[in-house]
Design a protein around this ligand. Structure first.
Ligand SMILES: Nc1ncnc2c1ncn2[C@@H]1O[C@H](COP(=O)(O)OP(=O)(O)OP(=O)(O)O)[C@@H](O)[C@H]1O
Ligand SMILES: [Mg+2]
Length: 250
């Protein structure tokens, strides 16, 4: 893993109705890293992602993704980042192949190159058997995996995954987590992963940050946080215990 910063914020702030949803947030995610972006409901995680995508403007502070300013270059930033939203909306009447062709066209991938990439992406996410099924008939887990296939078609180097395992059964959750791990390992994607599934996050994240009331109260490798809070390595404590400790102290 390199130490080239792919995602960077400096004192990034978003005020809604006089209240800071994101409060002077400073953090970095390096190339090839899976960064676990944790925190309770309403902490400001999604708001941060929206600012990094150029979908909402910061009140103050700085954000850079792949060296670009999302406020000044929103179209470029959006085209390069894969974004899996909390609730993915797709066209229900299209099947997976048609939907991914459309994504390909928007991103300049067409013809036989597109077909090859579509089939390989659907193989990777385990949806190849469902290639002709209408998306409206997909289960939640299938839709989430289709969202990942979309990132592969776009060939995104950076992915923001907002609750990718929300509503998935235990087996589907584990498969999604393994899939995310393979995106970093095999596709060299840099991943910002927001999730409440701490047991799974613990398995794949290189570093985590805990956001509470708009502020990042701590960030680092899980090992280091276990050391700081409990004076022992992570094998003795779960991420959930570490998280709860920071949460209670905040
Ligand atoms: N468009 C908006 N207008 C006003 N307030 C907003 C808006 N979007 C978010 N907020 C507020 O900003 C704060 C942070 O919300 P955000 O959705 O970023 O939290 P989150 O960390 O993603 O939470 P969760 O884990 O529940 O998804 C909350 O207090 C929320 O009510
Ligand atoms: Mg959220």
């Amino acid at each position: 893993m390199s130490t080239k910063a792919i995602i960077e914020t400096h004192e990034l702030t978003k005020i809604y109705n006089g209240q800071a949803a994101v409060d002077q947030l400073t953090f970095i995610v390096n190339e090839g890293e899976i960064f676990g972006f944790l925190g309770p409901n309403g902490a400001g995680k999604t708001t941060t992602l929206l600012m990094l995508l150029g979908l909402t403007e910061p009140t103050s502070g700085k954000a850079r993704v792949l060296g670009l300013d999302p406020t000044r270059d929103p179209i470029k930033v959006k085209s390069r980042i894969g974004y899996l939203q909390e609730n993915m909306g797709f066209y229900p009447d299209l099947n997976a192949r048609q939907m991914l062709r459309f994504v390909g066209e928007l991103n300049g991938v067409t013809g036989s190159a597109a077909e090859t990439r579509i089939e390989s992406a659907l193989q990777t996410v385990g949806l190849f058997e469902e290639i002709g099924k209408k998306i409206g008939a997909y289960s939640r887990g299938m839709r989430q995996r289709l969202g990942i296939a979309e990132l592969l078609i776009k060939d995104s180097k950076v992915a923001f995954l907002d609750e990718p395992t929300l509503g998935l059964d235990p087996d589907a959750t584990n498969r999604m987590i393994e899939l995310i791990q393979s995106l970093a390992r095999d596709q060299h994607m840099t991943i910002l992963l927001s999730s409440h599934m701490l047991q799974q996050v613990q398995k794949i994240c290189h570093r985590i940050g805990i956001m509470i009331k708009g502020k990042m109260v701590v960030q680092g490798p899980i090992d280091q946080l276990a050391q700081e809070k409990f004076g022992v390595g992570k094998e003795k404590y779960s991420l959930e215990q570490i998280y709860m400790k920071y949460f209670q102290e905040a």
